[in-house]
Design a protein around this ligand. Sequence first.
Ligand code: FA5
Length: 340
Amino acid sequence: MLEDQIQQLQAAALKRIEDAPNMDALEAVRVDVLGRKGSLGQFSKEFGKLAPEERAAAGKALNAAKEKLESAFDARKQAFDTDALNVRLESEWIDLTLPAPGPRPGSLHPVTQIQREIEDLFTSLGFAILDGPEVETEYHNFDALNIPVTHPARDMQDTFWLTDGNLLRTHTSPVQVRGMERLGPPLRMIAPGRVFRNEEVDASHEHTFYQVEGMMVDRNVSVAHMLYFMKTLLSAVFRREVTIRLRPGYFPFVEPGFELDIQCLICGGCGCAVCKQSGWVELMPCGLVHPNVLHMSGIDPDEWGGFAFGLGLTRLAMMRYAIDDIRLFESGDLRFLRQF
Ligand code: FA5
């Protein structure tokens, strides 16, 4: 009897569906039994040989078997899908209540760190912290500092000129002028900031570097006052004895003028690329403010005098941290910056 055969196939197929170990095996059963050329479909080919009343009963049995097998297949597939989802949920879960890792804490650039220390020190000594523009007028950068247009001292600082006649300041000294113009005497100020020169870059020369200008204008200011403040500055930054030397230096805006050099802390004075084998590093030129400079900024040089210094802040950072190449500071190399 065809119905019996259908029953047998159904029972065998149900068992195979039940026993299928995974989705691939299940799919193989489906193709075998329910597929276009599957064993269930083969029965319909036999229908032609049956009497009409038998055909109706066999058709009914075939449809019932098909439905039963399809729903068994769907149920088993559902079970496999649920298992697969559970495995994923178990392996891929994340805890949304955990705090986010947050940005990596940064640190201040070494030049900024020393700049802030110097600002704190000079604030405690009664100095104002002044700021000036990086794009300067020719007057403030040169003329008002006693460097008229024909003066050879203009060649000491190779300058980036802008098309409008202004320039990228070559030193922080123009802030002296702005300080005198704005605040007048008596005056105690420092002016840290970035300066620019068209330099041949090497281990100790950058085209962009930092200086700190210092100035005091008062009655009876002498070289002794100047030395006191400069020594205080160096002791605060180095927190130990460092060897310095003072020698005559020429700058049109001071008279007398000096160069303060520090014994090279990279090589201990034996000679290296940073000190150009001399054992000394130029750090802080200084001097007593030239009367012409006071006069041009509206201060009477017969009544007032002063000192000024221009500290090479980037070079100071090199000495403090024994950094043997100035190019590292502006390199943006995080391996360098993370050390501070
Ligand atoms: C000046 O810039 C004067 N304005 C300093 C001054 C101020 C003198 C007040 C007198 C009174 P100088 O060009 O020497 O001077 O530069 C000052 C310091 O800046 C140098 O001693 C050095 O430490 C640093 N410096 C100069 N050129 C460079 C450079 N290319 N790269 C890095 N540091 C530099």
